[in-house]
Design a protein around this ligand. Structure first.
Ligand SMILES: NC(=O)c1ccc[n+]([C@@H]2O[C@H](COP(=O)([O-])OP(=O)(O)OC[C@H]3O[C@@H](n4cnc5c(N)ncnc54)[C@H](O)[C@@H]3O)[C@@H](O)[C@H]2O)c1
Length: 275
């Protein structure tokens, strides 16, 4: 029915990085529209607390598991567990990303390409790209065995579509070697996610598995006034996003409202990539 087009009732939807800034918003929207959110992240305590919050508010039967998505055995075991428990998986949101903490006081900034550590590069790719592949391999395969198929949403970024403008991150007081930049791994992961999306959109299309990528712009989250001034000047709407401004698009991408959407790369960036 037309009025139910966006509903997700009785669907089991896996969300990676579910207790992060945007993962929480994705999971709330999924719970609110009637699906069972299956929350994956690295801390069982945080996951359980968040699942309780969703269940209190939405009566959602949310459940969550500590699964490191870079560990294929953990992901496969979890996919098997979900099938034993629920019988099927209907959706997957590949949202997790690495957020490395740096602790260096060297004379060169660690984010700069010429200093960027191979370890961090490997970790970033392991979570953002290989982790998404592993999740598609196991949860996505289960979706492909579902009679009705399902929907995979990969979270890329506006920086999957355009190069970062490193002037945004520069700080007047610093020497050239100490200027921070957006790490190269971010561009590579977010562009790679788009390739994964196109591959999957065709791979299981005959099983009614749709796969699309969402490319969010930056979210307002304790950013300095000078960064805000520079970045908003690059956005036609002249502002960053609020963290809840991706929820509507996510529900559309997961629900029957987007039943003919497949292989699409959807920018939601206040128009930044239009300029
Ligand atoms: N926040 C933004 O401005 C923004 C903009 C564009 C795109 N994005 C993308 O949206 C997604 C979510 O961003 P966010 O801001 O919520 O990030 P976040 O750092 O708040 O959340 C990421 C979550 O992923 C989890 N995670 C990390 N490694 C993991 C692993 N190996 N296994 C399982 N979980 C793991 C973390 O614990 C964390 O909870 C990311 O893919 C990010 O690149 C964010």
């Amino acid at each position: 029915m037309l009025e139910d087009l966006f509903r997700l009732d009785n669907k089991f939807i896996v969300i990676t990085g579910a207790t992060g800034l945007l993962g929480r918003k994705h999971a709330k929207a999924i719970a609110c529209y009637g699906a069972v959110p299956i929350l994956l992240d690295l801390s069982q305590k945080k996951i359980d607390d968040f699942a309780n919050e969703l269940n209190d508010k939405y009566d959602a039967n949310a459940i969550g598991f500590e699964v490191d998505i870079t560990n294929e055995k953990m992901v496969k075991d979890n996919a098997d567990k979900l099938i034993a428990k629920f019988g099927r998986i209907d959706g997957l949101v590949n949202n997790a990303a690495n957020n490395p903490q740096f602790n260096d006081s060297s004379k060169k900034h660690h984010t700069r390409l010429e200093n960027f550590s191979l370890d961090i590069w490997n970790q970033d790719l392991a979570v953002g790209l290989t982790g998404a592949f592993i999740c598609c391999k196991h949860y996505g395969y289960q979706i492909s065995k579902n009679k009705k198929g399902g929907s995979i949403v990969n979270i890329s970024s506006d920086l999957g579509l355009i190069a970062p403008d490193q002037n945004l991150y520069s700080q007047k007081s610093l020497d050239a070697d100490l200027q921070p930049v957006k790490p190269v791994s971010y561009s590579v992961v977010k562009t790679g996610i788009i390739g994964l999306t196109r591959y999957l959109a065709t791979y299981w299309a005959n099983k009614n598995v749709r796969c699309n990528a969402m490319c969010p712009g930056g979210v307002e989250n304790n950013l300095s006034a000078s960064f805000m001034k520079k970045v908003t000047a690059k956005i036609p709407m002249n502002r960053l996003a609020k963290a809840n401004e991706y929820q509507g698009t996510l529900i559309w991408m997961l629900s029957d409202a987007s039943s003919y959407l497949n292989g699409s790369i959807i920018a939601i960036d206040g128009g930044r990539t239009t300029w």
